[in-house]
Design a protein around this ligand. Sequence first.
Ligand SMILES: NC(=O)c1ccc[n+]([C@@H]2O[C@H](COP(=O)([O-])OP(=O)(O)OC[C@H]3O[C@@H](n4cnc5c(N)ncnc54)[C@H](O)[C@@H]3O)[C@@H](O)[C@H]2O)c1
Ligand SMILES: [Zn+2]
Ligand SMILES: [Zn+2]
Length: 369
Amino acid sequence: MRVRAAVLEQFAQPLVVQELDLAEPRAGEVLVRVAACGVCHTDMYTASGVDPSGYAPTVLGHEGAGVVEAIGEGVRSLAVGDHVVTLFSPQCRECVHCRSPKTNICLAIRDQQGKGLLPDGTTRLSRDGEPIRHFMGTSTFAEYTVMPEIALAKVSPEAPFDRACLFACGLSTGLGAAMYTAKVESGATCVVFGAGMVGLGAVAGCRLQGAERIVCVDLAQERLERARAQGATEVMLGGTDAVDAIIDSTGGFGADYTFEATGLVGVMRQAVESARMGWGLATMCGVAGKGETLDVIPRYLITGRRVCGSSFGGVKGRDQVPQLVQRYLDGDIDVDAFLSHRIALDEVNKGFELMEAQDGIRSVIELGG
Ligand SMILES: NC(=O)c1ccc[n+]([C@@H]2O[C@H](COP(=O)([O-])OP(=O)(O)OC[C@H]3O[C@@H](n4cnc5c(N)ncnc54)[C@H](O)[C@@H]3O)[C@@H](O)[C@H]2O)c1
Ligand SMILES: [Zn+2]
Ligand SMILES: [Zn+2]
């Protein structure tokens, strides 16, 4: 079939919306009609050419939600008409990682996905007979996409697509960091550095876990107001004094749980240093620049602080994304607050501009039909 898609032709150049060929789903694959797709930093990062693992041409996009249009041979967990959220972090339910409750990092298709191929080592996307590679296993800046069954979460059909798509990346990453990676306890004191999509999600996750104090730190007053609306009990302007201010306000000890959601290694260090002596856990969500390292004075660790990283919030996508979407439908998570702009596929580059200008939290591409 012919589909309209936003193609990264050349790094550091605007995406070009055009028609491509999309082949039928093969065994274990699913054809999805994309109804909505968020524009995320990772798309922009890859488009910029800074990502060392990036490639072009490719169809970007990974925050998708839509409807199953057709299934390939052997697909059992999904049927035509199901509503789905796309997962750049799949869940095969069979590999050694999927069988462990300790991680959400599925091993099944990592290598092929990283190369821009579907699990059988080929692409469904092409142009004039030339294969076009997939991106993050999703390529959802398109009217339709073909994806592995194990990379689709079946969600409630009651969730509007423009909200459901936010669970495909940033929102689940933040919520999950608090709920599944750190497993924040009720009554805890938490600090979240960064109040973008990920940090605001972490604030909401801490609230859902019953944290007593949730301090959000950001440089932008407007974003701190958003953090309050998500459940932050205190807000603070970031900067070099942030650690001292947190230590002071916690009786000299630091917070039970800290979260970093900025991608800045200096802030990661602050998250470690503002975690409590004895048991404080600092969770890193941000993606740092290539070659950057996190500087930690070992004494912080021997006195009981712990550091961990969180990919996609530790969320096991097929099992837990539907649960998070349900919590939204139950009224526990205010997703509307994150949806700042609705744009058409042709306006995808405007989505990048809005993000660069820190205008709102998320732009969502709405696709026809
Ligand atoms: N771990 C994952 O699976 C995953 C998934 C999605 C995104 N990410 C990463 O998470 C990070 C955050 O993503 P986002 O979409 O929320 O980004 P964002 O740019 O919208 O938000 C970052 C926020 O950090 C704030 N900030 C900057 N400097 C600060 C400082 N010194 N102190 C406190 N706050 C500061 C900014 O004002 C901004 O509000 C990025 O690095 C992104 O790549 C990780
Ligand atoms: Zn797996
Ligand atoms: Zn993303």
